[in-house]
Ligand binder design. Structure first.
Ligand SMILES: [Mg+2]
Length: 395
């Protein structure tokens, strides 16, 4: 079998890639949402993979893996990797999880991820109300993650939240030492959410990036009695093009609260320090940014050898990314906690994708399906009308 083409388009909010072959089998891969600029970057790799046998996934990846980078520039490579596995699974007539070592679990736990409700404010009661809505959501999540501190609107909305100049540009741009008031407000909001969830449902918190080491230590210690599932990305995080493992280690060694990071990191090599120095308790690569699903599996195995847990990122991965997450998470070792559940946007994504269970999430879990490849396909006749004018993605 030979690769004949590599294409990219954006359907709704999700860029996707498609690899075609001379045997009529094709494969789909997902790019995390809101990266419409990714198309030329995907196309950059076309000539490097056309003519190769897509079922030799690793051999194809060796041609392109070096030419990616931290988020957002690893997403094209990651999506291509997924599409290769999709083809390899279809060609072998087995689900992708079989090619990754087989099922370790029949159903995979997910947490709310892209299931969010608008925040009405940044006071403790608003966090409590919002968390109560998530608790009632039909998916029945057993673990819920909320955004606080620099990952939320607190820095902008709470006067004198931190000792720094407020920036409104970009994604999570603020960084600096919290004031005593800022720290107390953050802790009060966390307590209000825990009040709602009790010990029925776990609470994880996305915190930054932008916190200083002393604040990260103070916050982690302050919430120790609350048994938080994890504090995520306090120091570095989304779109930070470096890791700072030593700073994370300073925090992690001083607290019993689990510390989590890793969604922006590309490739296993960039997890070495975090894992070998036991700088965090949980890593959370995104298959759409880390280099793909086999890359994520490798990191999970190496993390497990070092007593580190795995909770993959996935907020914006859409329904094709969801399928990839289900396949790889079915095959992860027992350090797996849950992945961040993505949704299809707009709603018509659920009409064009075939193969997903309905409902998808039951009591906080997704049953792992057994169809070949990733196990989901796009209904071309239904999807065609959503393509940009003149786009030949499905041809
Ligand atoms: Mg995050």
């Amino acid at each position: 079998m030979k690769i004949t083409d590599l294409k990219c388009t954006t359907l709704g909010s999700n860029p996707i890639v498609r690899i075609t072959t001379d045997e009529g089998i094709d494969g789909l891969g997902a790019v995390e949402s809101y990266k419409p600029y990714i198309k030329p970057h995907v196309e950059f790799y076309r000539d490097m993979i056309v003519g190769e046998d897509p079922t030799n996934v690793e051999r194809v990846m060796l041609r392109i893996r070096r030419m990616g980078s931290f988020k957002p520039w690893g997403s094209a490579v990651s999506a291509i990797e997924m599409a290769l596995w999709d083809i390899a699974g279809k060609a072998a007539g087995v689900p992708v999880y079989k090619l990754l070592g087989g099922k370790v679990r029949d159903k995979v736990r997910v947490y709310n991820g892209a299931i969010r409700f608008p925040m009405e404010g940044v006071e403790p009661q608003h966090f409590a109300e919002n968390t109560a809505k998530m608790k009632e959501s039909k998916e029945g999540f057993t673990l819920i993650k909320q955004a606080i501190s620099f990952h939320s609107a607190m820095a902008r909305e709470i006067p004198n939240y931190f000792y720094g100049e407020i920036s409104h540009s970009g994604r999570h741009p603020n960084r600096g030492l919290l004031t005593e008031r800022g720290m107390k407000h953050t802790v009060a909001c966390i307590e209000a959410m825990k009040e709602v969830l009790g010990d029925e449902i776990g609470l994880a918190l996305d915190c930054g990036p932008g916190m200083t080491v002393p604040d990260a230590v103070r916050l982690a210690k302050a919430v120790e009695p609350l048994n938080i599932a994890w504090l995520e990305d306090m120091i570095t995080g989304d779109y930070t093009p470096y890791v700072l493992a030593d700073l994370y280690r300073d925090v992690t060694t001083k607290t019993s609260t689990p510390i989590h990071t890793g969604e922006q990191i590309y490739l296993r090599q960039n997890f070495i320090e975090l894992i070998e120095k036991q700088a965090v308790n949980i890593v959370g690569p995104d298959p759409c940014d880390v280099g793909g699903i086999a890359e994520l599996k490798w990191i999970a195995e190496y993390a497990d050898l070092h007593g580190i847990l795995m909770a993959p990122h996935g907020t914006g991965d859409g329904l094709i990314g969801l399928a990839a997450l289900v396949q790889v998470c079915a095959a992860l070792p027992q350090n797996y906690i849950a992945f961040e559940y993505p949704v299809g946007r707009p709603e018509w994504w659920y009409d064009i994708v075939e193969g997903l269970p309905d409902p998808i999430v039951v009591n906080g879990f997704i049953d792992v399906w057994d169809r070949p490849g990733m196990g989901v396909t796009i209904n071309v006749e239904k999807a065609r009308k959503y393509l940009p004018a003149g786009d030949d993605f499905f041809d």
